[in-house]
Design a protein around this ligand. Sequence first.
Ligand SMILES: [Zn+2]
Length: 224
Amino acid sequence: MRVTLSFDNGPTPGITERVLDELKARGIKATFFTVGARLLSAEGQALARRAKAEGHRIGNHTYSHTVPLGRCVSGEAAVNEIRMTEALIGDLAEPVPLFRPFGGGGNITPDLLHRDAAGHLAETGYSCVLWNSIPRDFNDPQGWVERGLDQCRGQDWTLTVLHDLPVGCADRLGEFLDRLGAEGAEFVQDFPPNCLPLQRGKAQPMFAAIVRNGDLGDRPCRRP
Ligand SMILES: [Zn+2]
């Protein structure tokens, strides 16, 4: 059983440190999909730098994380959500930059990407990183561990989504990692290929399923 860990929506001062400590104590490398607006502060930047220095990967998880990019009012707004975060990640980016969309309740739907955002990711050579496990730590910060373990047991290579948020995985992450380790899990930093609909800018067959062709026109990308 292989397990790849990812932590979304941070960095969060006071929380991301705890996640980094748990990983460091066990020598596990992960990926942090950061929200651009959370990289504006000196604390946010310092946490991202610490994560990178400790061997973790830093990815792009939109600037504001408010409206899924497939539901943005315009392609320009959707692309800006990626670009602004790209600029804030700066030299912490991977050689092949990483993007994770959000929305659709964790399901694979065209809500995840506007066509123009998809075009930007492809042109810029991104890998787009989905998931195959969401234990829902963000709405069950104490009870998610059993679900997370079950999802890992049920497949050969799990890419799990956790959150370095105040309501998230931090309280029970150490226990989760120790129980996985006791069951023989091998922690790897690479991603299962079937979770990568875009690989180094190259669209895989499943990419079309997460791209909306055209404007839905119902909401701006950022709340006014
Ligand atoms: Zn998210």
